[in-house]
Design a protein around this ligand. Structure first.
Ligand SMILES: Nc1ncnc2c1ncn2[C@@H]1O[C@H](COP(=O)(O)OP(=O)(O)O)[C@@H](O)[C@H]1O
Ligand SMILES: [Mg+2]
Length: 257
């Protein structure tokens, strides 16, 4: 079974879809099989970020039983798959967690990572995506309104029994009035998985409909996106993780006494 990870943000516009497209491209580059699902059914935009042409079958078709899973899977040139959502207004579906769960579980049978770009906020769609997932990554900006909403997501994940992997602080810029990483961490009381800098090249990549890890792999933000993917894939330790002593170390058995 693959890992189902929902990417959510309390506040819209913080860079959730930017994160998802770079996260899936990075995981794919690490050799993982990945599918990105646009769980933002009312205002989908994952396909727009990744240059997916208008796709005949979408998640809505799968949810309503009008398409089989494979018909709604789009293969991206960077190696991952995408299940787009319908961008037209004709197909507004009231999605429930149980509808989504069955689709996500089927995907997790065939992929190592199922990454869901959730709707912003704490509405029905977002909650369904969090409830349906095994794990949650929260995206925030270093501003109070976004962080307050991120805090709520942490609480929700406890209720839905979704493992909270922590928070990605996006568009960080060290300047007066912006809280320090330590202040953010203590405010949110969550692990910080990574801090992605404000980077004008992100918008240039978006204009090309490419993730920045592909369009400009040496950009500061691209490095961070890749590092976060390695951490989540278990290939790299979190920077702020506690010091871990290797199990073969003699001190390990001594400490466990
Ligand atoms: N690290 C960053 N630096 C600069 N601009 C960014 C960064 N991350 C995202 N953006 C810009 O912010 C805007 C919103 O991003 P988007 O991913 O669509 O947000 P959301 O999915 O949360 O609504 C986009 O124009 C995007 O290019
Ligand atoms: Mg978005």
């Amino acid at each position: 079974m693959g890992r189902i990870i929902t990417v959510a943000s309390g506040k819209g516009g913080v860079g959730k879809t930017t994160f998802v497209s770079n996260f899936v491209a990075s995981l794919s580059k690490l050799g993982k099989s990945v599918v990105a699902v646009d769980g933002n059914l009312t205002t989908p935009n994952l396909g727009l970020h990744l240059g997916v042409p208008l796709y005949p079958k979408t998640l809505q078709d799968v949810l309503s039983g009008d398409a089989r899973l494979k018909q709604a899977l789009y293969q991206h040139e960077l190696g991952f798959s995408i299940m787009p959502a319908d961008i037209s207004l004709r197909r507004l579906t009231k999605v429930t967690a149980s509808d989504l769960i069955s689709v996500l579980y089927k995907l997790a049978d065939g992929f190592e990572f199922v990454i869901v770009d959730a709707a912003a906020g704490l509405g029905r769609e977002a909650l369904a995506a969090i409830d349906a997932a095994d794990e949650l990554i929260t995206i925030t900006n270093p501003e109070m309104p976004a962080m307050v909403e991120a805090l709520k997501l942490g609480r929700i994940s406890e209720k839905t029994d979704t493992k909270n992997l922590g928070v990605v602080v996006n568009r960080y810029k060290k300047e007066k009035g912006v809280p320090t990483p330590d202040e953010i961490k203590s405010f949110l009381d969550m692990e910080i998985i990574g801090i992605v800098p404000e980077d004008s090249k992100v918008r240039q990549a978006l204009a090309k409909k490419q993730p920045i890890v592909h369009a400009n792999p040496r950009a500061a933000s691209a490095k961070k996106f890749r590092e976060i993917a390695s951490i989540i894939a278990g290939l790299k330790e979190r920077q702020d993780a506690k010091i871990r002593i290797p199990e073969h170390s003699p001190i390990f058995s001594w400490l466990k006494k």
